[in-house]
Design a binder for this molecule. Structure first.
Ligand code: GLA
Length: 386
């Protein structure tokens, strides 16, 4: 995996690998979710932003329907496939993502050509920053241009979601793709997951003297494992028992009554989603009116809700969040699907070194693998770069 500061010469590497020039290079970012976790598949609200780390794909069209996939990292050599037989079960490692997107476009009746594709990415893998969606969004942007399919961002979001759900096998929502495809520098993406309406909300943390610190715990997770799916099932059960289309339709005031209708675990899952939706709306209002320094308490409350009600945190994430808060961060929470991955800590620039040192020390003392710490800034969404 290449460092953010020194991107590889992708066109040059493509030419060496495939003996021809690429037709173009497309990139798409990973994301950090500021707030609104496990609300997307409940038709609720989310507030992620695209980060300054991207997956890039150099792509050359082939006329014979063959697919050749290569990446600049990992030890997986050249993978070959054929557009006539895109098989869910035989796709390995990262190649699931481009092949899944090609398959998903075919399901929409789009004639997908054969391709040579070289991937490079500096979105950390498995850190909960949507490295897989970054790949999918770079690939779908490329294919949308190459095929002239004319898909809207909303269509591309749904097509990549289908790739994730039905090809990769992860029952995830639409947040990550929306951030990657629709993000903008200096802004968070306020997304209503019921109708995909987006409003870009200014989130200029740096101007407020704040850094958004990411703490990658290195605890690996997969949304194709059971934890994510079981949370989703609990939400669906809750909605069914409460007689609503989705938990988006449950208001804070309904929670008292809901507690009498649901078993304890389902009630706590529901309470997380309902209160988290409300926290997203409050965060947007605060960002609009008071700026990033005002949202710390909401980030903290979101973490507590995920830890205690939704039960998707882990000791490493709790330690990262608690240590960051005790050493100067104004708010911190785990970000992404949970069960590992990364935490975010909104930290005054003047306190950043103290937070970093304290987190590293706390992890060492606990005997945990050393985390990776780095800052991210809200950045542009997917685009063609060459
Ligand atoms: C993962 C999924 C998203 C969303 C989050 C939790 O990132 O891909 O769709 O559900 O988890 O908020």
């Amino acid at each position: 995996m290449t460092a953010a500061a020194s991107p590889v010469n992708l066109a040059g590497q493509f030419s060496s690998a495939f003996g021809r020039e690429p037709d173009g290079i497309w990139q798409a970012p990973g994301r950090v979710n500021l707030i609104g976790e496990h609300t997307d598949y409940n038709e609720g609200f989310v507030l992620p932003f695209a980060i300054d780390r991207t997956a890039r794909v150099a792509v050359g069209v082939r006329s014979d329907g063959k697919v050749r996939l290569l990446s600049t990292y990992g030890d997986q050599g050249l993978t070959t496939a054929d557009t006539a037989h895109l098989e869910q079960h035989s796709a390995k490692g990262w190649t699931k993502y481009p092949l899944g997107v090609m398959w998903s476009l075919q399901q929409r009746g789009i004639d997908v050509p054969g391709l040579d594709l070289l991937l490079d990415s500096d979105v950390p893998l498995g850190a909960g920053l949507s490295s897989s969606h970054a790949i999918e969004c770079a690939v779908i942007s490329a294919l949308n241009d190459i095929t002239g399919a004319g898909l809207s961002p909303e269509d591309m979001v749904l097509a990549t979601q289908r790739a994730e759900n039905d090809f990769v096998g992860a029952p995830t929502g639409i947040m990550d793709q929306s951030a990657s495809l629709r993000g903008a520098a200096g802004h968070a993406v306020f997304l209503d997951c019921r109708d995909q309406a987006v409003r870009l909300v200014p989130f200029a943390a740096e101007e407020a003297g704040l850094a958004m610190l990411v703490i990658d715990t290195k605890v690996s997770h997969s949304h194709a494992d059971g934890g994510y799916a079981s949370r989703r099932e609990a939400c669906e059960l809750g909605a069914e028992v409460l007689g609503v289309k989705a938990l988006r339709d449950v208001a804070l005031e309904d929670l008292d009554e809901a507690s009498g209708l649901l078993d304890d675990v389902t009630f706590r899952r529901v309470r997380h989603v309902v209160t988290e939706n409300d926290r997203v709306l409050q965060t947007v209002e605060l960002l609009d009116n008071q700026g990033p320094s005002s949202i710390g308490a909401l980030l903290d409350a979101s973490h507590v809700s995920m830890r205690d009600d939704f039960e998707i945190s882990c000791p490493e994430l709790d330690l990262a969040v608690g240590t960051a808060r005790a050493n100067g961060a104004i708010g911190a929470r785990m970000t992404g699907g949970g069960f590992g991955g990364a935490a975010i800590a909104l930290t005054p620039v003047a306190e950043e070194q103290r937070v970093r040192a304290a987190v590293l020390q706390a992890f060492a003392q606990a005997g945990y693998t050393a985390p990776d710490l780095f800052t991210v800034t809200p950045s542009a969404g997917a685009m063609r770069v060459a």
